[in-house]
Design a binder for this molecule. Structure first.
Ligand SMILES: [Zn+2]
Length: 170
C-alpha cells in the first residue's frame, strides 16, 4: 500500500510511504511499520506507534533537524534507520553525535573554530560542510560541547590572534 503523507521526522509534505509488516513486534513498537522515502531525511523505516509518539512529543525544531540529519546520514551510508521505539531515536542520534563531538575536540587549537573543526566533522560524519556547521551549532546550543578561547601573546603582533578549541560540555 502506497500513500503520500507528511514526513514524521522533518514534516516535509507529501512523502511516499510504504506499509510493511513489523518484524518481531513488541508492545512498544506495535505491529505495523512504514518505509518513508523523504527528499530531506532519505529512506528510513518507522513503526506506527513511534509516528504517533512523534506527533504528540514536544520535540524542538533543533531536535527534529537532528533526527532528520541522522536519518539522512544513515540512509546515505546504506544503513537506513529502523526506528521502532522512542529509545531508538536517542541511540541513533547519539552514535551520530558522538562522531561529531569527537571530531570537533580532536581538531585541537585553531584560529577559527568554525573552519578546521567543522571540516573534521564533515569528514567524520560524511555531512556537507553547511550541514556539519548546523550540527555543531545544535550541539553548542544544547551545551553538549562548548568553545574555549585563549589569547596567545599580547606583545608579539604575529601571535595576537586568539586560539580556540572545542571541549565537551559539562
Ligand atoms: Zn523527512
Amino acid at each position: 500500500m502506497l500513500q503520500n503523507l507528511d514526513c514524521p521526522l522533518c514534516n516535509s509534505p507529501s512523502v511516499p510511504r510504504h506499509l510493511f509488516d513489523m518484524p518481531e513486534p513488541t508492545p512498544r513498537s506495535g505491529s505495523i511499520a512504514y518505509r518513508y522515502d523523504c527528499p530531506v531525511c532519505g529512506t528510513y523505516r518507522i513503526s506506527d506507534l513511534l509516528i504517533d509518539w512523534l506527533g504528540h512529543s514536544q520535540l524542538t525544531s533543533a531536535d527534529r533537524l537532528h533526527l532528520s540529519t541522522a536519518a539522512c546520514w544513515h540512509a546515505t551510508k546504506g544503513t537506513p534507520l529502523f526506528l521502532r521505539e522512542p529509545e531508538d531515536m536517542n541511540i541513533f542520534v547519539q552514535t551520530y553525535e558522538a562522531k561529531a563531538v569527537a571530531a570537533l575536540i580532536s581538531a585541537g587549537e585553531v584560529q577559527d573554530p568554525w573552519r578546521l573543526p567543522i571540516h573534521a566533522v564533515d569528514r567524520a560524519t560524511e555531512l556537507k560542510t553547511a550541514e556539519a556547521k548546523i550540527l555543531a551549532h545544535a550541539l553548542l546550543e544544547r551545551r553538549v560541547v562548548h568553545i574555549r578561547t585563549r589569547v596567545r601573546d599580547m606583545v608579539n603582533p604575529d601571535e595576537r590572534a586568539p586560539l580556540s578549541w572545542w571541549e565537551r560540555g559539562e
